[in-house]
Ligand binder design. Structure first.
Ligand code: NAD
Length: 480
């Protein structure tokens, strides 16, 4: 065994008590879907985990009807204090079942257990605790006295942070008095179904949250349903555009959280070792399947070689492999189709003239894997500098002056997040002011907190999630 090799330390799967097949969660019960079934698999070895139902138009209709009934008869009539009690109860149950949720998430999504255990699931609990606290304080949310819920929310989420995106959607909606029909992503619905069991355990009134699994067609049926009042979508810009068109003129309220191509800007006075950690966290966390990933590194020309050398040395120590192993840094790519897209864009990067470097890691024989990759010599016109790869691929560009850094950072159709690394506070503030990004991190990256609003500019979407701004998106008369 070499100096840096570790003995396997797999987390046990025995904590999971999975069913062989799952139905849809409608009106407080699991029911059979009418649109057929599909298997959810582990992206790490392509083994089958369970069979899931595909929600048909009729199923979506039944879920919306259950949500409507629950809104009119129960949830909108309940005091904020009582709604808060349910949310606190859900938060505590998430904590109690944290290990089980983390194992299920890593199994189904492919992300390292270290991340699902230490980041995703604790943030899920934090989101429910935070919004539980708001449920009886809506008068103080900054949207006027006695604000009213919108009604039924149709929510569609992606596969990169399955349970966390559920929490971002469900917690503020319920706190504000809405009821919900949620459609998880087709490759990662498992934790949403375990969450449905948690709702039963919490005795949440039937119909307040309904979970309808399936692919894009089920999502399309939900966002087009005439009896929902609010659509909240997180996913790709293409689908977001389609949804915006479908919702236009219907009177439904809409929030969109879409893609990103964040600039992570490193100035020559930055603490380099910290910046290297921040770059790694920025783009290799969650295999780069992060909408706000720091996928464009803008490094000041004078320190380019030093930063790249240290980055390569650091990447060479990352361990890729079994997502359930506690030593794993880089897990599996979520699906065969996502892997194909990452490969395609990386090949295009090479063909367009950027220089490709890939960490030397052993790739398991089965499953979907992509080793951490850096492209240097990237130009702003290259597709890998413009398009979202949504994988462990970093494009490196250089700049000479702060003005050039800002111009390059803003030269994107997206505007979700950005990072600045510098020892100088005044420079950080001056540059942050000029960046067209919803979130700007300084000397850190990928930090999330339920009290802090998150969302985009331009093609990254509109509306904010988190904080009291996140509540406004679910209240009448408030601009979200
Ligand atoms: P996607 O848009 O293909 O799918 C997202 C969800 O939408 C899935 O549940 C899918 O089934 C559903 N869907 C697909 N077609 C639909 C349609 N026509 N109508 C309604 N629903 C439909 O995106 P993806 O590949 O699952 O996720 C990756 C994308 O999500 C990336 O672009 C990423 O940047 C973005 N994302 C953004 C944020 C954010 O907060 N801004 C967070 C995570 C992911």
């Amino acid at each position: 065994m070499g100096f840096l090799e570790y003995a396997p330390a797999p987390e046990s799967r025995s904590i999971l008590q999975l069913k062989d097949s799952y139905g849809l969660f409608i009106n407080g019960e699991f029911v059979e879907g009418r649109g057929g079934a599909f298997d959810t698999i582990s992206p790490a070895d392509e083994s089958r985990i369970a069979s899931l139902a595909i929600g048909s138009d009729e199923d979506v209709d039944a879920a919306v009807a259950a949500a409507r009934q629950a809104h009119t008869k129960v949830w909108s009539k309940m005091s904020g204090r009582d709604r808060g009690k349910y949310l606190f109860r859900i938060a505590r149950l998430v904590q109690e079942r944290a290990r089980e949720l983390a194992v299920a998430e890593s199994l189904d999504n492919g992300k390292p257990i270290r991340e699902s255990r230490d980041v995703d699931v604790p943030l899920v609990a934090a989101w429910f605790f935070y919004y539980a606290g708001w449920a009886d304080k809506l008068d103080h949310a900054g949207v006027g006295a006695n604000p009213q819920s919108l009604g039924v929310a149709g929510q569609v989420i992606p596969w990169n942070f399955p349970l966390l995106m559920l929490a971002w959607k469900v917690a503020p909606a319920l706190a504000a008095g809405n009821t919900v029909v949620l459609k998880p992503a087709e490759t990662t619905s498992l934790t949403a179904l375990i969450f449905a069991e948690i709702l039963q355990q919490a005795d949440l009134p039937a119909g307040v949250v309904n979970i309808v699994t399936g692919a894009g067609a089920t999502g399309a049926s939900l966002v087009r349903h005439p009896d929902i009042n609010k659509v909240a979508f997180t996913g790709s810009t293409g689908v977001g555009r389609d949804i915006a068109k479908a919702v236009a003129g219907t009177g439904k309220s809409l929030t969109l959280e879409l893609g990103g191509k964040a600039a992570n800007i490193v100035f020559d006075d930055a603490p380099i070792d910290q910046a290297v950690e921040g770059i790694v966290n920025g783009i290799f966390f969650n295999q780069g399947h992060v909408c706000c990933a720091g996928s464009r590194l803008l490094v000041q020309e004078s320190i380019h070689d030093e930063v790249i050398d240290r980055l390569k040395a650091r990447l060479s120590t990352l361990r890729l492999g079994d997502p359930l192993d506690k030593n794993t840094d880089i897990g599996a790519i979520n699906s065969a189709s996502q892997l194909a897209r990452i490969r395609e864009l990386s090949d295009i990067g090479e063909a367009e003239g950027a220089e490709r470097w890939t960490a030397d890691c052993e790739i398991p024989e089965q499953g979907f894997w992509f080793a951490p990759t850096i492209f240097t010599g990237v130009e702003t016109s290259h597709r890998i500098a413009r398009e979202e790869v949504f994988g462990p691929v970093l494009s490196v560009l250089t700049f000479r002056t702060p003005d050039e850094a800002v111009a390059k950072a803003n030269n994107t159709p997206y505007g979700l997040s950005a990072g600045i690394w510098s020892d100088k506070g005044s420079r950080i503030l001056a540059v942050a002011d000029r960046l067209r990004a919803g979130v700007v991190w300084a000397n850190t990256f990928n930090r999330f907190d339920p009290s802090s609003p998150f969302g985009g500019y331009k093609e990254s979407g509109y509306g904010r999630e988190g904080g009291k701004q996140g509540l406004a998106a679910y209240l009448k008369g408030a601009s979200a």
